[in-house]
Design a binder for this molecule. Sequence first.
Ligand code: DUC
Ligand code: ZN
Ligand code: ZN
Length: 498
Amino acid sequence: MNYYTSDEHTFDCVILDGNVVTAADVGRYDIAIKDGKIALLAPANSLRGSSAKRIIDAEGAYVTPGGVDAHVHLAEPSLFGKGQSSDDYTSGSRSAIAGGTTTIITFAAQLKSETSLLPALERNFAEAAKGAYCDYSFHLIVSNPTKDALDELPLLKRRGVTSVKIYMTYEALQLRDNQILDVLLRARAEGITTMIHAENGDMLQWMTERLEEQKLLSPRYHVTSRPPILETEATNRAISLGQLVCAPILIVHVSAPSAAEIIRNAQSLGHPVYAETCPQYTFLTRAALEKPGFEGAKAVCSPPPRNSEADLEGIWTHLKNGTFTILSSDHCPFNYDDTAFGKKAAITCDAPDGHFKHIPNGCPGVETRLSLTFSAKRLAPERFVALTSTNPAKLYGLYPRKGALIPGVSDADLTIWYPSGKMQPFSISNDLLHHNVDYTPYEGIEVSQWPRYTLLRGEVVWDRDSSGLVGRQGFGQFCARESSFWHEDLPDWDVANY
Ligand code: DUC
Ligand code: ZN
Ligand code: ZN
C-alpha cells in the first residue's frame, strides 16, 4: 500500500525499506525526513512513490541512528606525553562522518596554570568555528579545581557543557583525592556528570623509575609500566570517592576485565557508576606494542591494550551484559612519523629506540569505531545502537535530539549500512581513512560492513558508492547539552549527616 502519494506530503528525503534499528528493537520501515528532523516512520515500502527531493533505497539494509562518539580529542595541546593532536575539528569530524558518526563530544582542557575553566572553553569554540563536518559538543577537563573554577560550573551548564573529565594520572592533569572530592561534590550539585580516567599515577611513576633503572625503555614497556592493578586500584578508589559524596561517575576507557568486574559489583549494589570502553580494548592486545623496533608506539594508549585474547573476550562480555554503558573511540590522534609532535618525538639521542614515557598516548579511531564493532557481529544490533549512539546521547544530555528516531523530535542523523551481500569485505588500510594521521592501529583488520550513507540533519554527508565525502566543512553545529537523562535528583549532601 502507498500511504503518501500526494504533494501535500512532500518530504526532503525518504529512506525506503530500511531494517531500522533502535536501542529497543529492529523492524522494517521507511523513514521520511523534513526540515532536518525525522518526520515519520512508516511500514516498509509504503512511502514508495511519495514526493521527496531525495529518495534512498536502503534495499533492506540496517539503518541506525547516527553514531554518537562521546570521547574524541581534537586540536589539543601536549597533555599525554610529548606531542600534539594531528587532527583539528575539520579533519577529525570529516573522519567521523566517513565512519557513520554524526556527533562527537571533544575535550576542552583547562591547563594547570589556569585558575578559570572558561579560557579552555573559548579556545575550543574558536577551534571548532574553523569548520566541522559533524555536530559537536565539549566536555571540560578540570586540572586545577580551585574554588573559583568550580564556581564556574553553573555557567558551563548554561552554555550547554554538562560533563567534566578528571584524571588520576599524568603530571599535567592528575588530581589528588581531596581535589577529586571537590569536583564530584560540585558537579553532582549542578547536574554535571564526572568522567574519570582511572589509573594510579603514583604507581605508574614508581614502575617507570624501576624500568628506567634497567634501561627498559622501548614501546613495549608502556604496557609493563601500567599493569591492570593500576587500573583496578584507581577504579575502586574512584568508585569509593563517588560513593562518599553520592555522586554519579563514569569511568572512561576501561581496558581490564578486572576493572570491569569492580564496576559491575558497584552497579549491582545500586551505585550510579557508568562505564565506557573502546575498540582498542576489543581488538588490540599487548602484542601490538611488542612489534619490532619503534612500531609498537602506534598502539601506545592509556590504559594500554591488555595481555591476551581472554582479556578481549572479557571486555566483549561486559559489553553484552550491560556493565558498559557506552563504547567510544577515544580518538586521540598523533602522527607516527613526526619527530616534533608525533610518536617519534619520544626518540632521542639518549633513547634511540624511544622512551615509552614520552610517547604521546593515544590512537586514532573515530572513523573505524562503528564499522569494526558492527562487523564483529558480537553484539545484537539493538545493543550495538545502544552502546554507540543512544546511551552516549542519554548519558551526556543529547537525547532524544540525538541517538533516537522519534518523529518530530530527533535530528535526522542516520547511518545506512550495506544490504547483505552487497559490500565486498575489505581490510582496513590507512589510505582509506579521512583523518589527518599517518597510520591506523587497525591496519589489516577485515570488516564486512561500512556505512554506505551517512545523513546529518537530513543531508547526505557520506555516500561511499559515489563521491564518498559529500558533507560540507562548517555544516557541523555546536550542540548545547542538558543534564544527563539519567541524572537523578540527588539529596543535598551534608558532612554532618555522616
Ligand atoms: N586518556 C585519554 O582519555 N585519551 C588519551 C590518553 C589518555 O590517557
Ligand atoms: Zn583518559
Ligand atoms: Zn581520551
